[in-house]
Design a protein around this ligand. Sequence first.
Ligand SMILES: Cc1cc2nc3c(=O)[nH]c(=O)nc-3n(C[C@H](O)[C@H](O)[C@H](O)COP(=O)(O)OP(=O)(O)OC[C@H]3O[C@@H](n4cnc5c(N)ncnc54)[C@H](O)[C@@H]3O)c2cc1C
Ligand SMILES: NC(=O)c1ccc[n+]([C@@H]2O[C@H](COP(=O)([O-])OP(=O)(O)OC[C@H]3O[C@@H](n4cnc5c(N)ncnc54)[C@H](OP(=O)(O)O)[C@@H]3O)[C@@H](O)[C@H]2O)c1
Length: 247
Amino acid sequence: MSRWIEGRVVSNRRWTNQLYSLQIDAPIEPFKAGQFTRLGLDIDGKRVGRPYSFINAPHERYVEIYSITVLGGPLSGRLFELQAGDTIWIVPKGAGFFTLSEVPEADHLWMLSTGTALGPFLAILKTDEPWQRFKKIVLAHAVRTVEELTYQDMIGALCQAHPDQLTFIPFVSREDTDFAIKGRIPRAIEDGRLEEKTSMPLTPYTSQVMLCGNPAMLTDTTKVLEARGFKKNKRKQKGHITTENYW
Ligand SMILES: Cc1cc2nc3c(=O)[nH]c(=O)nc-3n(C[C@H](O)[C@H](O)[C@H](O)COP(=O)(O)OP(=O)(O)OC[C@H]3O[C@@H](n4cnc5c(N)ncnc54)[C@H](O)[C@@H]3O)c2cc1C
Ligand SMILES: NC(=O)c1ccc[n+]([C@@H]2O[C@H](COP(=O)([O-])OP(=O)(O)OC[C@H]3O[C@@H](n4cnc5c(N)ncnc54)[C@H](OP(=O)(O)O)[C@@H]3O)[C@@H](O)[C@H]2O)c1
């Protein structure tokens, strides 16, 4: 059973008319970067709660979550409406195994995300561990339109701080750009465009892959990686693909 505590919204940054980031002040317990909490609101007399990844690193002052309003979804649209000073329920304990402590050693770490699932990767990249463990890190963010390529300031700062280690690869599926890979992540692995853009080989001998977001992306990407010899990373049997499904 979830134990809820009350938090207070510090800010609600609306990136688009659907995408938003909430900062929340709440006395939560220590957690690991990559984990998620649960947020809740009382709607028509009933508590509605959903999991949300921490975007903030464990050492940062406020809880931050990044979300999108989903048509017909009971909670996400209501979270979008929150303003500074509003109260919100939050579970103080972090949960989940989408953390670097679950990822075996490798030279290269590939962090592949769709939509709001960029979030847990930002939390991880704001800690020291990835930079100490991996020679090269690729962060890919796959979205429908250019305006959904959010957190560019934070990503830019990470690239500046780690110019020889971090490569950011945007994917845009429904608009033409002169900078992003067009289309979807699994296709760009299959046809070699992701390796070409990063100038890095994507092989199980050199790489660990973390996948987060749309479950169909996880399934399709796992399939193309398995065709290259990658194996799922399980707690009892180490492999190369560590995943977090968002629905
Ligand atoms: C471990 C975990 C971590 C999560 N972390 C986040 C997070 O950090 N940010 C976030 O926005 N969501 C996250 N989610 C999803 C989140 O819990 C909610 O499902 C989402 O906010 C929609 O809530 P809802 O009540 O409005 O609709 P729901 O009834 O929960 O969902 C309705 C439908 O919306 C779609 N959907 C749900 N989440 C998303 C999404 N993020 N992007 C696109 N389509 C979606 C799916 O088709 C789903 O069936 C996470 C889910 C899990 C399981
Ligand atoms: N109705 C609308 O026009 C509209 C617009 C925006 C958002 N929304 C709402 O927002 C939600 C979607 O949010 P989102 O755009 O952040 O998430 P999303 O649907 O998961 O899309 C994010 C990215 O993932 C890609 N993707 C989808 N399936 C994939 C697969 N099998 N393999 C690899 N990549 C895949 C998408 O490519 P593709 O573009 O090729 O699918 C897109 O580039 C919807 O549930 C909806 O409620 C609706």
